[in-house]
Design a binder for this molecule. Structure first.
Ligand SMILES: *[C@@H]1O[C@H](CO)[C@@H](O)[C@H](O)[C@H]1NC(C)=O
Ligand SMILES: *[C@@H]1O[C@H](CO)[C@@H](O)[C@H](O)[C@H]1NC(C)=O
Ligand SMILES: *[C@@H]1O[C@H](CO)[C@@H](O)[C@H](O)[C@H]1NC(C)=O
Ligand SMILES: *[C@@H]1O[C@H](CO)[C@@H](O)[C@H](O)[C@H]1NC(C)=O
Ligand SMILES: CC(=O)N[C@H]1CO[C@H](CO)[C@@H](O)[C@@H]1O
Length: 633
């Protein structure tokens, strides 16, 4: 709507019945609420106000069903969205309108059924508004709370819908440009201001083209907002703001990735690392916030790069450098992830490592490339060129994929460094909340994950020979009352926290994020992946925290083996798992946690590995240039 028309309209026709006064001229309910045309909305006319009774106001059906990306609109229809229904959730329960009794919020939400907790908390918010008179704050509050509750239960949650996203982004862009608006809003509703920034900051960082309206959407703007948020959050807590459920954990990495805090001394390392910053590849490092969480288990490359950028071991001088690091957020650059087609490589075709300015000094030996998911296959040109370089990777072994693309590649102990997969802080926090003492664990073993029989997995998975063991686990333990096994389930966190053992079968490749999650759940990982090797062996005694058995073991044998482990041993392993967690927590090792060589973080594990390689490179003979001939003198 045009601003001028709006003002006049708003003054002439105060809100008699909500929703009534929104429509005039070409703007009607059909266009605005049903088709959701963004031209309808601005600060005054919001979807919340005008489409009263519809999804932003009140959720239909049983509110305990709508979490983790499911909604009444998508499920309660003839062809429901995939995954809407399972044993606990069905149309009989979910599609019938239900009011929840929300008076009793004093219970520990982790103690009750998570769906119920979700419904209660959201329903409670409906009755409650502490930043008064503002539809805007209510929208922010509900969207933020829904995400917070999902995260509390280990669910990814539902990102803000387009309408909310746009509404909130518009306001946030104004904050970045007009400090007085920020200060006024932050004074009126401080928790709301924080929550609003949290909801949109990664989308602003992502600089979506479709948002070029009325503001500078870019990493710089997002950085400004992060600074405003940071300053405001330092002055917390704001009394009386109890009912807000924040996104603190969802954005806890933002100030660090932006270099606003967390400067450290590289765990006391004396290595000097030169970071390539080549303009032609700058796009491979954007958008940082999005890439840092997208396919999160694959996003260690973002965190490692930014950690090194804010550390004392970085050098600008190639002469001084022990190692050279080529940064690329290979799972996400341009947000296109990997190219489709016949190659799985995530680098542009034109990228040739030999063209890196310092590559030839030691035949690539002192160059670091990070693969936080899938190594490039050995037949890839980049792999051939970098055959002497240090691969920092989560992958220990990738098999030939029978029907292609060929993924054959592996870690070489003597030159590469194995790292754990990245787990976001909100997942870590939720897993730890569900981690029970060994004595309270009632499930012998758990595995819930994709297998070749899942509908959702891609063609490569279906042809992966390694993941065959998953089918055997599911068919044996899924039928046995001792255990819990099958496809992904919504209360996976609760089940894992109640299990003595977590089964860790190979998947598409030898590694899986389940291994590192087990440390936070406190269940003893039982590795069924013959070609898997584990990181940080110099600091973690893996025989004290895990079990590795041949995958050809029958499931009956495995079952007996698990039953035969003594309770005292289990308790010791549980404690050892808790003690070792810090090596897999990428939010550690920044700021003062990254001062000393004995401090525990995945970055320290990396630095130790790199130090060994750097020492070996120094003593390796590689003094000759690539070509030579007798001198003519
Ligand atoms: C809601 O729960 C409270 C406390 O559990 C109870 O006292 C109250 O009667 C319930 N209200 C309704 C409408 O069921
Ligand atoms: C949810 O909100 C609470 C209260 O503000 C906060 O303590 C908690 O860290 C939040 N949880 C997540 C997962 O963000
Ligand atoms: C990524 O973006 C850059 C800059 O906009 C562009 O040159 C490049 O072709 C893009 N690459 C892909 C794979 O989309
Ligand atoms: C299982 O694998 C192990 C190690 O590869 C091998 O020694 C053993 O013979 C195999 N057992 C069976 C029953 O195939
Ligand atoms: C746009 C839209 O979905 N409008 C619906 C809002 O809710 C009322 C009743 O709840 C429906 O009649 C409208 O069609």
């Amino acid at each position: 709507m045009q601003a001028a028309a709006l003002c006049a309209f708003g003054l002439l026709l105060p809100w008699t019945a909500r929703g009534q006064s929104c429509w005039h001229g070409e703007f009607d309910e059909q266009r605005c609420c049903v088709k959701n045309d963004p031209a309808c909305w601005d600060d005054l006319y919001t979807r919340g106000k005008c489409c009263m009774g519809n999804e932003t106001r009140r959720s239909r059906g049983d509110p305990t069903c709508w979490m983790d990306g499911y909604s009444y609109e998508e499920c309660c229809k003839e062809n429901p969205k995939d995954g809407c229904w399972d044993a606990n959730f069905g149309p009989e329960r979910c599609c019938v309108d239900k009011e929840l009794n929300v008076t009793d919020l004093t219970v520990n939400v982790l103690e009750i059924d998570f769906a119920e907790a979700f419904g209660r908390i959201l329903a409670h918010l409906n009755d409650d508004s502490d930043c008064e008179g503002e539809e805007f704050w209510n929208d922010v509050k509900k969207t933020g709370a829904a995400l917070n509750v999902s995260h509390t239960f280990g669910q990814v949650g539902r990102p803000p819908n387009d309408v909310i996203l746009k509404l909130v982004s518009k306001r946030a862009l104004r904050w970045a440009q007009e400090p007085q608006t920020w200060h006024a809003d932050a004074a009126q509703c401080p928790e709301g201001a924080l929550a609003a920034v949290d909801l949109v900051i990664s989308d602003i960082d992502r600089a979506l083209e479709r948002w070029t309206w009325g503001g500078d959407v870019s990493e710089d703007t997002a950085r400004t907002l992060a600074g405003l948020r940071h300053a405001l959050a330092q002055r917390r807590p704001f009394a009386s703001m109890q009912p807000w459920r924040t996104q603190d954990l969802m954005v806890e990495h933002v100030p660090r990735l932006y270099g606003l805090e967390g400067h450290h001394r590289c765990h006391g390392s004396s290595l000097r690392i030169y970071m390539y910053q080549l303009p032609q590849y700058a796009y491979m490092l954007k958008p940082v916030l999005r890439c840092s969480q997208k396919m999160s288990q694959c996003s260690a490359s973002v965190h490692l790069h930014r950690w090194l950028m804010s550390g004392s071991c970085r050098t600008e001088s190639p002469e001084e450098a022990d190692l050279f690091y080529f940064p690329a957020y290979e799972a996400c650059y341009n947000e296109t992830a990997c190219s489709s087609g016949d190659t799985e490589r995530c680098f542009p075709q034109s990228f040739d490592p030999e063209e890196l300015p310092f590559f030839h000094r030691r035949g690539g030996q002192d160059h670091i490339f990070v693969f936080a998911c899938n190594l490039l296959p050995f037949m890839d040109l980049i792999s051939i060129r970098t055959r002497n370089s240090i691969m920092v990777t989560v992958e220990s072994f990738q098999a030939v994929n029978v029907a292609g693309p060929n993924m054959l590649a592996w870690l070489v102990y003597s030159k590469d460094v194995l790292i754990p997969g990245y787990i976001p802080a909100w997942r870590v926090s939720s897993m730890v909340a569900f981690c029970r003492p060994m004595i309270e664990r009632t499930i012998l073993a758990t595995f819930h994950g994709h297998s070749r029989s899942s509908e959702k997995v891609g063609h490569m998975y279906k042809r992966s020979l390694m993941s065959e063991v998953r089918d055997r686990i599911i068919s044996y333990f899924g039928q046995n009352s001792c255990c819990s096994a099958g496809p992904p389930v919504r209360d996976y966190f609760r089940r894992s926290g109640l299990s003595r053992f977590c089964l860790i079968p190979a998947g598409l490749t030898a590694w899986t994020i389940h291994l590192y999650e087990a440390f936070f759940f406190g269940c003893v990982p039982v590795i069924l992946s013959d070609d898997l090797t584990v990181p940080f062996q110099d600091v973690i005694d893996w025989t004290k925290v895990s079990i590795k058995v041949p995958t050809n073991l029958t499931m009956e044998e495995l079952h007996q083996k698990l039953l035969s482990v003594r309770f005292g041993t289990l308790k010791r392993m549980h404690q050892a798992l808790k003690d070792a967690r810090c090596w897999f927590d990428y939010s550690r090792g920044w700021g003062i946690e990254g001062q000393h060589e004995n401090d525990c973080s995945p970055y320290n594990g990396l630095m130790r590995g790199l130090a060994k390689r750097a020492a070996a490179i120094k003593t390796s003979a590689h003094a000759l240039p690539k070509y030579w001939e007798p001198s003519t003198g």
